[in-house]
Design a protein. Structure first.
Length: 380
């Protein structure tokens, strides 16, 4: 079997989608070897390592206003060339709203090749975002390309049941398969320090994009309101994707009762450094307003660090491990921070172990990849 993954861009700026695609690509290859292949089609520059053995092709973006739509004039033709030359059996499309997804689905449909569309929570985000104008634009886009794109998709992939319901709201008769995001626990372990460095000052950690959907402003306010000892720190780590939002965060930090206890840091891309930061944190917080099985939740838990996250992430089973699951509101997040700060060393360790077990059993490559292979084979 030969699989083509089509994505709008494969770089750090695309964060969650890029790393989810990388995980899927790297774990599909061994399942297909020695006869099957994996091809990756993207646009623009790539600044992340692609799994060895992957045939990666990137096409140039157009110049001018069309660039905002990630318009690449050669994307569709290149997709068709790859399908023919490499004998592609399934085209797996990642994303929803931009030109590469439209071009890839149309190309595959023209050549009679089945498609899987993973929206990576973008449909859910469109329905839940507080900006009514943005939501209206997304609904208008769906209407405009319903026939050209969405009705040509063979299978919709949902990452969570909430994601599935969001897709169903737009496409009630579509075939939808639910498969969660996953991580390679063994690969993570190869970068994980053998012992925790929690002997120093305790800190709570947020790691991810600094974007309004992530609820970081909510976290800053909750940290300022929670009844915490004076030595607690809040460490916020991640790339800035919205300058106006960064300014808002810095204003909130300055206005916090604990401005000297909140750190805003540059992103950490090195795996060993990132996992050390997670391992040494007392708790990791992912207070997203909308999310689909955040990889940060999975990675932190695999590092034996419990996480606080929201019901909007789709992790409905999170409390079965050692994590806390709350609504994305000030009161619940404040209460969760207070509860985590009261854990004894023993309880924190037990929660970390339980979090790790949950990821191993339900969100590891070993647990999830058989479901992907079953889906691909059902289309072959």
């Amino acid at each position: 079997m030969n699989i083509l993954h089509a994505t709008e861009s494969h770089n750090r700026a695309n964060t969650g989608i890029t790393f989810a695609v990388n995980e899927l690509v790297s774990h599909t290859l061994p399942q297909l070897s020695p006869l099957g292949t994996v091809t990756l089609l993207s646009t623009g520059q790539t600044d992340v390592q692609v799994a060895s053995g992957t045939h990666h092709v990137s096409v140039d973006l157009a110049k001018g206003p069309a660039r905002a739509w990630r318009y690449a004039p050669r994307y569709g033709a290149t997709c068709e060339d790859l399908i023919r030359e490499r004998g592609i059996d399934v085209v797996h499309v990642h994303g929803t709203w931009l030109h590469p997804q439209l071009a890839a689905v149309r190309s595959a449909h023209r050549l009679g090749i089945p498609t899987v569309l993973t929206n990576h929570g973008l449909v859910q985000w469109a329905l839940r975002q507080p900006d009514w104008l943005g939501a209206m634009k997304k609904r208008l886009y769906v209407g405009l390309v319903r026939e050209a794109l969405f009705h040509k998709v063979t299978v919709y992939h949902a990452i969570t049941p909430l994601d599935r319901d969001s897709i169903r709201a737009f496409f009630p008769r579509a075939r939808i398969e639910v498969i969660p995001n996953f991580i390679d626990v063994q690969e993570l372990d190869s970068h994980l320090p053998p012992t925790s460095g929690q002997g120093g000052e305790r800190y709570m950690l947020y790691l991810g994009r600094l974007h309004p959907t992530k609820g970081i402003d909510l976290l800053i306010e909750a940290f300022g309101r929670a009844p915490l000892a004076r030595d607690w720190r809040l460490v916020l780590v991640g790339p800035i994707v919205d300058k106006a939002y960064e300014d808002r965060l810095r204003h909130r930090i300055a206005a916090s009762p604990r401005p000297d206890r909140i750190e805003l840091r540059e992103p950490v891309w090195d795996p060993a450094a990132k996992y050390r930061l997670m391992r040494d944190a007392w708790v990791t917080i992912v207070p997203s307003h909308t999310e689909v099985v955040s990889l940060v939740n999975l990675e932190a838990s695999a590092c034996f660090t419990p996480t606080i996250t929201t019901t909007a992430t789709g992790l409905t089973d999170w409390t079965e491990g050692g994590g806390l699951l709350v609504e994305a509101d000030l009161g619940p997040v404040t209460q969760a921070l207070s509860e985590a700060a009261r854990w004894s060393d023993q309880e924190r360790q037990q929660r970390g172990l339980a979090s790790r077990r949950l990821v191993e059993q339900r969100y590891s490559a070993t647990a999830v990849m058989p479901r992907w292979m079953d889906l691909y084979r059902s289309l072959h």
